[in-house]
Write a protein that binds this ligand. Structure first.
Ligand code: DO4
Ligand code: MG
Length: 275
């Protein structure tokens, strides 16, 4: 089942049919005792409604914080070691890749998150910017993974590479994150064979494409969540981006007008244009 947030209400989609969720706030849905069973009861009511058009769909976020894990794929470790070599930061990335404690950082509040079909941004003071396509977990207030969405952890590589202490500036700014289009509410974990694909189109032509399977993800999603919930409460639940396994070559930087298309097959396609 997929859950969508729109200006006209929230919808659940199942088998190609759409069902309007009776009056409920997004935060209430995220913190529902058993969201999967609740959505199933709506589907089983059989009261279908008209479909939801892509233009109606908003970012699937209410009052949740967005956090992110880093250096969870070998490709990310190597790219970060390379970009920070002259700053002497390379060793940190190698160490965190194999350490018990993962890298976790605060990524965004809802106002910094772009929904599907809207604009993401590159920093005005950055010279080297990339999208990071990431499986993103929706977690309830008890630390249980209740759904999955597609995420884009926009990053300024020159800023984080200059000094690891600049990471919050490289990662957190207006339009630095995109989520959507909906939430896949599944009864179990996603198969490890699940693929994440990205295409970056410039003037209608593919400038970069890449893909990675979840088999390359070094850590278990629930283990990342357990670390995040150590000494942190999230009364409205939260999102956790699980890191990138796709890094474009060092010669690539995003430009205004680039179209970023990220696909995770069972969830959907998240498409945004760089402002
Ligand atoms: O350590 C810097 C950020 C890592 C990150 O965002 C990623 O690996 O996806
Ligand atoms: Mg990332």
């Amino acid at each position: 089942m997929k859950l969508y947030r729109t200006a006209d209400g929230h919808y659940v989609e199942h088998g190609g049919s759409y069902y309007l969720i009776p009056d409920s706030s997004w935060d209430k849905l995220v913190t529902h005792d058993d969201l999967h069973a609740y959505l199933l009861s709506i589907v089983n009511s059989g009261r279908t409604t008209d479909g939801v058009s892509p233009a109606q769909i908003l970012a699937p976020i209410g009052n949740q914080e967005v956090w992110a894990a880093g250096v969870t794929y070998f490709r990310s470790r190597s790219a970060r070691m390379e970009e920070s070599k002259s700053a002497g930061g390379g060793d940190f990335y190698d160490r965190v890749y194999s350490a018990d404690r993962p890298e976790l950082f605060f990524k965004a509040t809802a106002n910094r998150v772009a929904g599907p079909g809207t604009h993401v941004r590159i920093r005005t003071d950055a010279k080297w910017s990339v999208p990071e396509p990431e499986l993103t977990l929706l977690i309830n207030q008890h630390g249980h993974i209740i759904g999955y969405t597609v995420g884009n952890d926009m990053s300024s590589r020159d800023i984080e590479g200059e000094n690891p202490l600049y990471l919050p500036q490289a990662k957190v700014y207006d339009g630095s994150c995109a989520l959507g289009p909906g939430i896949l509410v599944a009864s179990g974990p996603l198969p490890r064979s699940t693929e994440i694909d990205i295409e970056i189109l410039r003037q209608g032509r593919i400038e970069f494409s890449g893909s990675v399977a979840l088999t390359e993800l070094k850590r278990e999603p629930q283990a990342l969540v357990d670390w995040l919930f150590r000494d942190n409460v999230f009364p409205n639940g939260c999102f956790l981006m699980t890191g990138t396994g796709i890094v474009p070559p060092s010669s690539f930087t995003l430009q205004s007008g680039d179209r970023i298309r990220i696909t995770i097959e069972p969830i959907g396609v998240l498409e945004n244009v760089v402002a």
